[in-house]
Design a protein around this ligand. Sequence first.
Ligand SMILES: [Zn+2]
Length: 381
Amino acid sequence: MLTERELAGRLQHFIVARLAPEGLGAGVTADTLLFEERVLDSLRILELIAFLESELGRRIPDEHVVLANFRSIGTMARVFSAGGKAATARPRRKPAAPVFPRSSGARQYHPSAPAEMVGRGEIEVVARGGIRLRHSALELARYFDDTVRAWALEYGAVEAEYPEAIEMETLRRAGFLAAFPQKLVKGADADSAMSPAVCYHAYPRYASSAVSEAGSLVTAAGRCFREEQDESNPLERLRAFTMREIIVVGSEAAVERLRDGMIGRVSQWIKALDLDGFIETATDPFFTTEARGRRLMQEARPLKFELRLSVAANRTVAAASFNNHQQHFGRAFEIRTTTGAIASSGCVAFGWERWVLAFIAQHGADEVRWPDIVRGHATVS
Ligand SMILES: [Zn+2]
């Protein structure tokens, strides 16, 4: 078995030569915090685990793939060399929510509100898992969308409009086909599909070009399609739905700036709307299919936060997500920043039908009882 010093030397060599992004390798020491200082990302972590296992000549048990054992070269060498003792994953705890209010506990839900609005024709259920909004339901969705659109413009985003169909080749390049083949809604021909998210349209437009470190931002709303219905709550999981996204491509710092800013704004907004909900870390199966690498990344630096809004006393729906893709799309579409580094990207995405659903479940179908903040906007036309 390797001594601590031998293992540290080999790890150092491997990380500097093979894993560290250009320009970062030279500064890596035994004490460098590999995750916090962004030497490793979710793709590289899998290579590191594989390398470590081949050096040790054994598989590292899943419960030892935790940040406490992987934080730095020094830590890994101490923990995994002869005589070392690895920390074990603690029993799964709920990840800390970065922000705010859960339920006040006093909420009276309106379980019949969606049916009332369907009855009045304000929500029309259309064929194959879609809904159409009218009158106050539509005004409500517009108010939500106008609010976020205005924020996006404040951040300097340019507006875009994308078609409902998307090239299959784009989804393949983005990794969607490999990650979620079962969710794909087929298009008119074999070369196209219905777009599963707004942001897939954005990345190819930056392909083989350079963006500023400060980030290039774009916002768009559009129809999205996924094969994922829920028979028991059909309105909560639609096959066709409306998304607003704000997409940033630039440095990692630019991605985090947008994400932090939007989490803050949405938290305040939820309070102003008097909505019960919370933001929590979520695992995103997108970047790697290997659960333990993902868990380690998620522990080091959450890549996905999700806003969940209550639709009943004991049920919530995911209504928005705040995503850091790291360099996943930058690599896939060959996007670099002006410094020559592979660009990072992120997106903040809102699903408006779910916002409407949660809002009426909490405030009722009768718009005169809605909070003032939307009442001024939502007038029956
Ligand atoms: Zn997105």
